[in-house]
Design a protein around this ligand. Structure first.
Ligand code: RIB
Length: 304
């Protein structure tokens, strides 16, 4: 089995469950509040570990209570945390999340220590990357660190996966070092500058990124499933139908599933099929890491 390294964010999610999303200037009474470990990087790492992946995490936590809780959580899931550093006099990253009864959410990330992850921290941990087969990144750490990590990994022959979330325009120098890009429709639109209204637009926008140097893409389309696009063409994949209660971390768990499957030597088609099951199960439970399924749960789904 291949080894996976995730470079990314670790946040404490401060989650309010509400009947409806507040409008600008409106005060509403929430139904419940919870602190749940999250952060796109940590969510993807935890998803992979629970699915049987061999995972290293590289990132920064603050020297506070949230940092201690988040670190313990990663260790409990048997993720190697040698590359996780505690930044002194800095708060850990937090995410303010509101979830409505229709399972819609809004998220504000305050990065804290995540934004202190520098190129030098990547160089200090280069041995971890060197010994990995896959490197997975998102955009909740500084963009210069993402760029540097992708370049170093590519030079070492490590397969690179980028989840461009939260979305921002990316330089060609970043894009050309990505083997597999996994955006959703909105992220694809921002990255390519092409408005997405239908399947043809997804293909057109993806091709424009392939021309800039991306090897291949999986575009996640929510309830509509996903599409795989590379130089040779495209394939469509259906979503599993489930009753969603909270979509937080659905994309993260999909990526976790895809990556673990690839690390087991499965084809991209098999990996996407597996990722879809993982994502589907995730939305049936509340929260980020609290909703990430274990390998056995996915196997049970297969038999059902
Ligand atoms: O993708 C969901 C995650 O986004 C949350 O856990 C939150 O921390 C933000 O990083």
């Amino acid at each position: 089995m291949g080894k996976i390294t995730v470079i990314g964010s670790m946040n404490m999610d401060l989650v309010a469950n509400v009947d409806h999303m507040p409008k600008t200037g409106e005060t509403i009474i929430g139904k419940s509040f919870e602190e749940i470990p999250g952060g796109k990087g940590a969510n993807q790492a935890v998803a992979m570990a629970r699915l049987g992946g061999q995972v290293n995490m590289i990132g920064k936590l603050g020297d506070d209570g949230f940092g201690k809780t988040l670190l313990k959580g990663l260790q409990k899931d048997e993720i190697s945390v040698e590359g996780v550093q505690i930044e002194e006099n800095t708060p850990s990253g937090v995410a303010l999340i509101t979830v409505s009864k229709e399972a819609h959410n809004s998220i504000i990330v305050v990065p804290g220590a995540n934004f202190k992850l520098k190129k030098e921290d990547i160089d200090r941990n280069i041995q971890i990357i060197k010994e990995s087969d896959f490197l997975v990144l998102q955009l909740e750490v500084p963009i210069d660190t993402v760029k540097h990590s992708l370049k170093r990994a590519k030079d070492l022959g490590v397969y690179t996966i980028l989840n461009p979330a939260p979305a921002q325009k990316l330089d060609k120098s970043i894009i050309e070092n990505v083997d597999l890009l996994i955006p959703n429709e909105t992220e694809l639109e921002i990255l390519s500058g092409i408005e997405i209204n239908n399947e043809e637009d997804v293909i057109k926008a993806s091709k424009s990124l392939i021309e800039k140097g991306v090897e291949s893409l999986i575009v996640t389309l929510g309830e509509k499933g996903s599409m795989y696009i590379d130089e040779k063409g495209f394939k469509k994949f259906k979503a599993h139908k489930v009753k969603a209660v909270d979509t937080t971390a659905a994309g993260d768990s999909f990526i976790g599933g895809v990556c673990v499957s690839l690390s087991e030597g499965k084809t991209i088609e098999e990996a996407i099929g597996y990722g879809s099951k993982v994502g589907a199960l995730t939305v049936t439970k509340k929260g980020a890491q609290s909703s990430l399924p274990y390998k056995e749960e996915i196997e049970a789904l297969k038999e059902a």
